[in-house]
Design a protein around this ligand. Structure first.
Ligand SMILES: [Fe+2]
Ligand SMILES: [Fe+2]
Length: 355
């Protein structure tokens, strides 16, 4: 018997069409509760599990299987659909982990996984991290630090492929290639921003390909006006900017102060840029207590996605300045700096992520 756990009827239909004939019966569950009830009452040969279930996390289903000794599916093999999970997760559940399928997945791949499971073939080794993607004229993004996030580089390279296929976006992103090859600050910074913002989104269960795309754009483009001035891009707070007022020229000072607005304006009229990216960029140096720049917004005015980006940016800078950083130390500092409900949730997400 097969159990398909997915809140999307279309996916249920597709999976049933691809592998339904291999099983005597197909049951479906659209919510975590339904899945748990079906798993308590029936013994299955195979489970297909979507990780995003109407705001809940499909991993709760796996937790139930692990934590409930009396359930009849303790060793059922499962496939995660559209799952963004960590290598640690794969390792932990490797005994019955039959694969990860990203939507839209290859029908043949699902069919052959299901056939292998039914024929009792050994489950595959945990998927290796993908090889470094090739990014020709748009610089390569290394986003495997600080958190180990399965398939992140593959997903990012998919977004970058889309960008390279669009002439207007390609031109916009290629502006960043003028950065000196000796100066890797900007690219380390971009890669970490994508990594941390995705890690937070996983914990907040906001982790979709659309959200990832927004953070790739925002990470890449937020310091666009300063890409050839890493010394200025490193200025991260209004106090730091003020302390350097004496040594900066008036033009440099204004450039730092206004770079979020300048970058936002250069996206005007570009319909190819996903919604929210311009706002994230405009708000990336704001702080919830109203002490950021350029608009001195308070937390009520800072959008939830911008809040994720602001914390990711702050942690990125902290890591780059403190190579021996420790998350608990960072969280203590961050708790005094960020307030407001979005920020509290984000800091808890970071805390969970590092455990
Ligand atoms: Fe910036
Ligand atoms: Fe930045």
């Amino acid at each position: 018997m097969l159990l398909i756990i997915d809140d999307n009827v279309e996916i249920i239909d597709i999976v049933t069409e691809i592998i339904g004939d291999l099983f005597d019966k197909v049951l479906t569950a659209k919510t975590v509760e339904m899945a748990i009830s079906k798993l308590s009452e029936n013994q299955f040969a195979f489970v297909i599990l979507d990780i995003n279930l109407e705001g809940r996390n499909g991993a709760e289903v796996i937790k139930f299987l692990v934590d409930t000794p009396s359930n009849p599916n303790k060793s059922v093999p499962f496939v995660i659909v559209s799952g963004i999970i960590t290598p640690q997760f794969v390792q932990k559940h490797n005994q019955r982990f039959a694969g990860v399928l990203m939507k839209p997945f290859e029908h043949d791949e699902l069919r052959s996984i299901a056939e292998n499971v039914l024929h009792g073939k050994p489950l595959p080794l945990p998927p290796a991290l993908p090889a470094e993607p090739k990014l020709d004229d748009i610089p390569f993004l290394k986003c495997n630090l600080p958190f180990s996030i399965l398939q992140l580089e593959k997903r990012v390279s998919k977004v970058m492929d889309g960008i390279r296929k669009n002439p207007r976006l390609k031109e916009l992103f290629s502006k960043m290639k003028n950065v000196s090859p000796n100066e890797d600050y900007i690219f380390q910074h971009i890669g970490m921003l994508i990594n941390i913002s995705t890690g937070i989104c996983i914990e907040l269960e906001w982790n979709t390909d659309k959200t990832l795309e927004k953070f790739v754009f925002a990470s890449y483009l937020h310091d666009m006006g300063l890409s050839d001035r890493p010394d200025l891009a490193k200025i991260n707070s209004f106090e730091e900017l003020e302390s350097k007022k004496e040594v900066l020229s008036e033009v440099e000072y204004k450039l730092v102060l206004e770079h979020p607005n300048i970058a936002e304006r250069s996206l005007e009229g570009l319909r190819e840029v996903p919604p929210d990216v311009a706002l994230i960029i405009k708000q990336h140096h704001e702080l919830p207590k109203g002490t950021g720049y350029p608009s001195k917004l308070t937390f009520q005015k800072i959008s939830p996605l911008s809040s994720v980006f602001i914390v990711s940016h702050d942690l990125t800078e902290y890591i780059l300045a403190n190579p021996k950083w420790i998350m608990s130390n960072y969280i203590t500092i961050a708790r005094s700096k960020f307030r407001g409900s979005h920020f509290i949730k984000i800091l808890s997400a970071l805390d969970n992520l590092s455990k």
